[in-house]
Design a protein around this ligand. Structure first.
Ligand SMILES: [Fe+2]
Length: 239
């Protein structure tokens, strides 16, 4: 039998990853693991299996503002960066997917009952493949904040959900990207379930004046590290 490898999401119990049972985030009380974890061996199938997406991903999938007849409402932004291994090597040709609410804070999903308007010109889904330098780039609109009922007057900071694959199908990071200076950081238990302040900073993109397109869109840069001490914290919650 080969080496036993815990999935990274559960192998790292440090303060740089979110606590699986975090009292301020109420629903974690019922869904965190309550039994000792069992390591699942990774076989040749898991380590060499094909990644999804190649050959199916179209360039227009990376532009969330041109998927409908008209343009979505909101602040048009560019979100770009690099996907990196823990030693800084680029992760090339890998699938990056994102999903988000619209500029009014509403998801196009049956479960979202927030009384903010849907935007007929915005679905909120995008994907692309990284290039040879591990770079990805999306055009979208800045998502709004929305209430979520975890505690009195609870609102999520603006965020974009991301899913990334590494060099194998089992190397996957699901997380959320936040925007700098958000006034809601202090009261958001999902953001604060990552207890290390430096690790929390790694979930916040940076304003990138150099990548803006004058008279058209502001830009934010967010580099994502899949593993290691400088890894981007996972944030697998779908809220
Ligand atoms: Fe969300």
């Amino acid at each position: 039998m080969g080496e036993l490898i815990l999935p990274p999401a559960y192998a790292d119990a440090s303060a740089s990853q979110p606590a699986l049972d975090f009292p301020d985030y109420r629903s974690t009380a019922l869904r965190h693991p309550s039994q000792p974890l069992i390591a699942a061996p990774q076989t040749l199938t898991e380590l060499t299996g094909p990644l999804l997406g190649e050959g199916r991903v179209r360039p227009e999938d990376a532009d969330l503002t041109t998927q409908h007849a008209g343009e979505p409402l909101g602040e048009r932004i560019i979100v770009h960066g690099r996907v990196l291994e823990e030693d800084g090597r680029p992760v090339r040709d890998t699938l990056v997917e994102l999903w988000q609410c619209n500029s009014g804070g509403r998801y196009r999903h049956d479960a979202d009952r927030h009384p903010a308007p849907l935007d007929p010109n915005f679905t909120g889904l995008g994907r692309c493949l990284t290039d040879a330098d591990g770079r990805y780039r999306f055009v979208t609109i800045k998502p709004g904040a929305y209430p979520w009922g975890n505690h009195a007057n609870a609102w999520r900071p603006a965020h974009i959900h991301f899913s990334l694959f590494g060099r194998a199908f089992t190397q996957r990071l699901v997380t959320q990207m936040y925007f700098p200076g958000d006034p809601l950081f202090g009261q958001d238990p999902i953001f604060n379930s990552v207890r290390d302040p430096a690790a929390r900073e790694r979930m916040i993109c940076g304003f990138d004046l150099g990548a803006t397109e004058p008279e058209w869109a502001l830009a934010y840069r967010w580099d994502i590290v899949l593993r290691g001490p400088a890894a981007t914290p996972r944030d697998e919650d779908d809220t």
